[in-house]
Design a protein around this ligand. Sequence first.
Ligand SMILES: Cc1cc2nc3c(=O)[nH]c(=O)nc-3n(C[C@H](O)[C@H](O)[C@H](O)COP(=O)(O)OP(=O)(O)OC[C@H]3O[C@@H](n4cnc5c(N)ncnc54)[C@H](O)[C@@H]3O)c2cc1C
Length: 150
Amino acid sequence: MIQTTAAVIGAGHAGLAMSRRLTERCIDHVVLERGEVANSWRTQRWPSLRLLTPNWQTRLPGHDYAGDDPDGFMTADEVVDFVADYAKVIAAPVQTGTTVTSVRLGSRLISDVLTTTIPPGLSASSNLSSEGRLSTMSACGRLEIGDPIG
Ligand SMILES: Cc1cc2nc3c(=O)[nH]c(=O)nc-3n(C[C@H](O)[C@H](O)[C@H](O)COP(=O)(O)OP(=O)(O)OC[C@H]3O[C@@H](n4cnc5c(N)ncnc54)[C@H](O)[C@@H]3O)c2cc1C
C-alpha cells in the first residue's frame, strides 16, 4: 500500500497544473496516468491538427510559450512536447501506465484509489481529478473542501 496526501488522476494539462500547485503548497502527491504524459495528445489527435488557440495563449502555471512564433498555432506533436517538457520542469511525480479503476471514500476522509498497477492500492487523503477541485480536506489544512486549486 502506497500512502500519499493527494492523488491526481491524469497527466494532461490539468493534472500537471494541479501537481505544480500541490508542490508549491508542499503537499505530497502522485499523478497517476494510464498512458504517458500528454496521453490524449499522443493518442487521440490526428497528425494535421493544430491548436485553434495561438501559441502566446499556451501556458501552464509558471511555464509560458518561449518560442519565436507567438502568433503561430502548435501542432499536436508540439503540444506533446510542451506538456512533456512541463512535466520535467516541475518534476511532476507521474506514475505512467497506471489506470485508476476505482476511487472510494473510506474512514476519516481517507480514500482508497485502486489502480491497475499498484497492488493492493493507494491511500490518499485527497483525490484530485483533472477538474481542479479538492474532494476532501488536504493534510496542510490550508484548503477547504471544494476549494479551487489555482
Ligand atoms: C481535437 C481537439 C482539439 C483541441 N484544441 C484545443 C486548442 O486549440 N486550444 C485549447 O486550449 N484546447 C484545445 N483542446 C482542448 C484540450 O484537450 C484541453 O485544453 C487540454 O488538453 C485538456 O487537458 P486535460 O488535462 O483536462 O485533459 P487531457 O489532456 O485529456 O488529460 C487527461 C489525462 O487523464 C488520463 N486519464 C484519463 N482517465 C484516466 C484513468 N482512469 N486513470 C489514469 N489516467 C487517466 C488520460 O490518459 C490523459 O492523459 C482540444 C481538444 C480536442 C479534443
